[in-house]
Design a protein around this ligand. Structure first.
Ligand code: PMP
Length: 296
């Protein structure tokens, strides 16, 4: 495997030479949007959905992506091809670009488009067998009235603070509540519970990113005849759940067996979690079968 080739505005650079300006408003103000996408067996999982979310996020912050979705798709495919990654991760970033030290986005000349193709650091396999412990963070998810968490923007500071809380408590993930105290999501994952044979996950109006994995799980559940409600959940609902799991591009479906020191269900990944995990793996396999480097 050669040096990674990183795309910045149409030119490829090595990891050592890939740089952006210190005046880029992505750096100065977190002014930009991004996506994290998986490559499985040389194929990109749900690229079109990720691109749709990227363009929706950009539109919401008045950011004009300088490439059409078709050109962006071609650029991502080319970046994956050049890096020869069979299994890995794509980080797609669009920032407001280089401006001056003021906030005014009108002073930013050209948006910066970055495509990084890299390895993915996965959770150890045993966690999928045993499940993980999580806490509820004191740091709340930002409300949709301030900055809609549906926008996958470069402002992750409150998620990072919640992640630090998780690590200080010896956990890998933290549940974030919204300002009303309802469950929103984790720092980089969505959350589901199972109770009495049905699934529930926080409704998008609770302040969540509409995860591509969340969406896949909701659709899979419906196809499998498992009722799945998008609703409002409290911590009480979590503590009394039969099963709990989190979903995300990196984690896929990760069982949660302890929440704030309470054992969830029997303290091991439950039957619905296992069935959905198998169905999700099957879905990924199905959608990414075929010729390498194309969109799944
Ligand atoms: N919530 C947040 C805050 C995220 O950053 C992510 C993405 N890592 C998710 C949920 C999961 O979304 P996806 O399934 O599209 O990766």
């Amino acid at each position: 495997m050669g040096t990674p080739e990183i795309y910045i505005n149409g030119t490829y650079y090595s990891r050592e030479t890939a740089m952006i300006s210190v005046y880029d408003h992505g750096l100065l103000y977190g002014d930009g949007v991004f996506e994290g996408i998986r490559i499985y067996g040389g194929r990109i999982f749900r690229l079109r959905e990720h691109l749709e979310r990227l363009y929706d996020s950009a539109a919401a912050i008045h950011l004009a992506v300088p490439l059409t979705p078709e050109a962006m798709e071609a650029a991502v495919l080319e970046a994956v091809r050049r890096n020869g990654k069979h299994n890995g991760y794509i980080r797609l970033v669009v920032t407001r670009g280089k401006g001056d030290l003021g906030l005014n986005p009108d002073n930013c000349t050209d948006e910066t488009v970055i495509i990084i193709v890299d390895d993915i650091s996965l959770y150890p396999a045993e966690y999928y067998e045993k499940g993980i412990a999580v806490i509820t963070a004191a740091t709340r998810r930002i409300g949709a009235d301030a900055l809609d968490p549906g926008i996958k923007s470069m402002n992750y500071l409150n998620n990072i603070l919640a992640k630090i809380e998780a690590k200080q408590a010896g956990c890998m993930e933290a549940i974030m509540l919204n300002r009303e105290g309802f469950v929103a999501e984790c720092t980089a994952d969505n959350i589901f519970i199972a109770k009495g044979g049905s699934l529930a996950t926080p409704h998008s109006s609770c302040g969540v990113l509409r995860g591509i994995t969340r969406d896949s799980v909701i659709r899979l559940a419906r196809d499998m005849g498992i009722p799945c409600a998008e609703t409002r959940l409290t911590r009480f609902d979590l503590y009394g759940a039969d099963e709990c799991f989190i979903t995300g591009t990196g984690a896929e479906i990760m069982p949660v067996v302890r929440i704030d020191g309470r054992t969830v269900g029997r303290g091991a990944p439950g039957p619905l979690t296992r069935r959905l995990t198998a169905a999700f793996r099957e879905l990924v396999y199905r959608e990414t079968a075929g010729p390498a480097v194309s969109t799944g």
